[in-house]
Design a protein around this ligand. Structure first.
Ligand code: RB5
Length: 149
């Protein structure tokens, strides 16, 4: 992944410290973390935050997005409702690499109550370091897009 690319980050209340750790990690690696919060611990609905990050990616403002909630599942479901978004929940580095290589995922979701910080950082590195392979996978990704029309 090239430097100076913008990565959108958001979460609900269940994942604020982990999201902030990931944002600091992304910044330290030379990428630009566009962390849109929230920053206060009050309960807040994950669909709102998933959609907000997804819109930054779908509009082209950010190249990729990373979103978090307790399980990673709810916020992923919300993000995938935004046209053009391909988001998967990953709790392992193999899946995080493969959703870039084969599925051209443009967003990654992580469950803050599922994985610890060390593994989450590795998952993010695997996701951000891999590039879509194209070829036969491009046809399949286009088929996903066709389902939105
Ligand atoms: C919030 O308690 C929790 O439901 C949320 O973070 C997430 O896990 C939903 O999928």
């Amino acid at each position: 992944m090239k430097a100076n690319l913008r990565i959108a980050l958001s979460s609900d209340h269940a994942a604020i410290p982990l999201r902030q750790a990931l944002a600091a990690h992304i910044t330290a690696k030379g990428w630009t973390a566009v962390d849109i919060g929230p920053t206060t611990p009050e309960s807040t609905p994950y669909p709102e935050h998933g959609a907000a990050a997804a819109r930054l990616v779908a509009s082209g403002d950010c190249r990729l997005g990373i979103i978090l909630c307790g399980t990673g599942q709810g916020i992923m479901l919300a993000a995938n409702k935004v046209k053009g978004i391909r988001c998967g929940v990953c709790s392992d580095t193999f899946s995080a690499r493969m959703i870039r290589l084969h599925n051209d995922a443009n967003m990654l979701s992580i469950g803050a109550r599922v994985v610890g910080e060390g593994l989450a950082l590795d998952i993010v590195d695997a996701f951000l370091s891999a590039e879509f392979e194209g070829g036969r996978h491009a046809t399949r990704v286009e088929m996903i897009g066709a389902l939105e029309r």
